[in-house]
Design a protein around this ligand. Structure first.
Ligand code: COA
Length: 330
C-alpha cells in the first residue's frame, strides 16, 4: 500500500443562484421573524434557484470554476462523484446530467445519497478511486436545490435551507505531504425518520394523496436532530484528527457543515477551536446540505484563510443519519 496522502484537493469552485430570500421576506408568509431565525440558527438569508436552474446546471457552473483553477479539461476527468439530496430526476443520476453538460466523456459518473455529508462521502470515494489506481482525476461535487423539497408552509424547516453547488478537482498528490490525510464516514439508519421525506419514493410513490399530505417534502424533528448533530460532529472531529495523526492545535481552519450557528459553535468548542479559526457563512446561505462544505471551502480560499500548507478539518452531519470528516493538508 502506498502511504497517504494519495490524493489532493487541487481546487474548489462554487455557484449560488442570484436570488437571496431574506428572513424578512419569509416572515411575510410564515409566522416567524428575523429575530427568531437569527437567534436560533444564525441564518439571515438563503439563495433560491429559479425553475429553469437545475441542480446539474448549478453543479456545472461550480465545476467549470474548479476545473479552470486546476487547469484541467473536461476530457481529463476520469470520474464524477456528486453528492445530492435533491437530484434533478430520480433516474438517471444528476452526475450523468452534469457529465453531459461538461462534455466529460471519459468519466464514470454517479450520485452519492448521503445528505449533508454528501461532499465528504464523495471525497472519500474519490480518494479510494485514486488510491486503487482506477482514476487519476475525479470531480467531487455537492449540489442542491433544496427549495424544491422544502415545505414553504412549515416554519420549522422553511427557514433553514438554501440552494447552491460546490465542486473540487481531486487528483493524485503532486507534492509530498499535500492532500487528504484522513477521512471518516459513518451512519445510523435507525434514526432515519427524524429527518426525511416520507413520500415520493418507491415505498410510497408520488400520488395525489402524497402531494395533498405534503409528504413529498422534508419532515424534521428539530431538537433531536440538533442533539445528534452536536454529538456526531464531535465524534467525527476526534476521529479524523486521530486518523490523520495530527494534534488538534495543529489545525489551522475548521470548516464545518453550515446547518446552524449553535451547532457550529458547539462543534468548535468540542474541537478546542476558537471561532477565529472556524469558517462560517451560514448567515448568507443557510443549510445547503452537500454543497455546504465546498461552498465554505471556496470562500475560505477566496478570503485567503486557506493557503498552501494549511491544515484543515472538514466535518458534517445529516439525514440518515450520516456523518463524516476529513483532515486535509491544503
Ligand atoms: N419561527 C418562530 N417560532 C418557531 C419557528 C420559527 N421559524 N420554528 C419553530 N418555532 C416555535 C415552535 O413552534 C415552538 O413553539 P412552542 O414552544 O409554542 O411549541 C418553539 O418555537 C420552540 O421550538 P423548537 O423546535 O423546540 O425550537 P428549537 O430551539 O429547537 O429551534 C430549530 C428549532 C429547527 C432551529 C433547531 O431545533 C435546530 O436548528 N435543529 C437542527 C436542525 C438542522 O440543523 N437540521 C439539518 C441538519 S443537517
Amino acid at each position: 500500500m502506498i502511504p497517504r496522502p494519495f490524493a489532493e484537493i487541487a481546487s474548489v469552485g462554487a455557484a449560488v443562484p442570484p436570488r437571496a430570500v431574506t428572513n424578512a421576506e419569509l416572515s411575510r408568509t410564515l409566522d416567524t421573524s428575523d429575530e427568531w431565525i437569527v437567534e436560533r440558527t444564525g441564518i439571515r438569508e438563503r439563495h433560491v434557484a429559479t425553475a429553469a436552474q437545475s441542480v446539474a446546471m448549478l453543479a456545472a457552473e461550480a465545476s467549470r470554476d474548479a476545473m479552470d483553477r486546476a487547469a484541467i479539461r473536461a476530457a481529463d476527468i476520469d470520474a464524477i462523484v456528486l453528492g445530492t439530496a435533491s437530484p434533478d430526476r430520480l433516474l438517471p443520476s444528476t452526475a450523468c446530467d452534469l457529465q453531459a453538460l461538461l462534455g466529460a466523456h471519459n468519466a464514470a459518473a454517479f450520485d452519492v445519497s448521503a445528505a449533508c455529508p454528501g461532499y465528504l462521502y464523495a471525497l472519500t470515494i474519490a480518494e479510494g478511486l485514486i488510491a486503487s489506481g482506477q482514476s487519476r482525476t475525479v470531480l467531487v461535487v455537492g449540489a442542491e436545490k433544496l427549495s424544491t423539497i422544502t415545505d414553504w408552509e412549515d416554519r420549522s424547516t422553511a427557514i433553514l435551507f438554501g440552494d447552491g453547488a460546490g465542486a473540487s478537482v481531486v487528483r493524485r498528490s503532486t507534492r509530498a505531504g499535500r492532500g487528504i490525510l484522513s477521512t471518516f464516514i459513518k451512519s445510523d439508519g435507525r434514526l432515519a425518520e427524524l429527518l426525511y421525506r416520507p413520500g415520493g419514493g418507491s415505498a410510497d410513490p408520488i400520488s395525489e394523496r402524497v402531494v395533498c399530505s405534503r409528504n413529498h417534502y422534508m419532515k424534521m424533528a428539530g431538537r433531536e436532530v440538533f442533539k445528534a448533530a452536536v454529538r456526531t460532529m464531535a465524534e467525527a472531529c476526534d476521529e479524523a484528527i486521530r486518523r490523520a495523526g495530527v494534534r488538534p492545535d495543529e489545525i489551522d481552519l475548521l470548516v464545518p457543515h453550515q446547518a446552524n450557528i449553535r451547532i457550529i459553535e458547539a462543534t468548535a468548542k468540542h474541537a478546542g477551536m476558537p471561532l477565529s479559526k472556524v469558517m462560517i457563512n451560514v448567515e448568507r446561505y443557510g443549510n445547503t446540505s452537500s454543497a455546504s462544505i465546498p461552498l465554505a471551502l471556496d470562500q475560505a480560499v477566496t478570503d485567503g484563510r486557506l493557503r498552501s500548507g494549511s491544515l484543515v478539518l472538514l466535518v458534517a452531519f445529516g439525514a440518515g443519519f450520516t456523518w463524516g470528516s476529513a483532515v486535509v493538508r491544503w
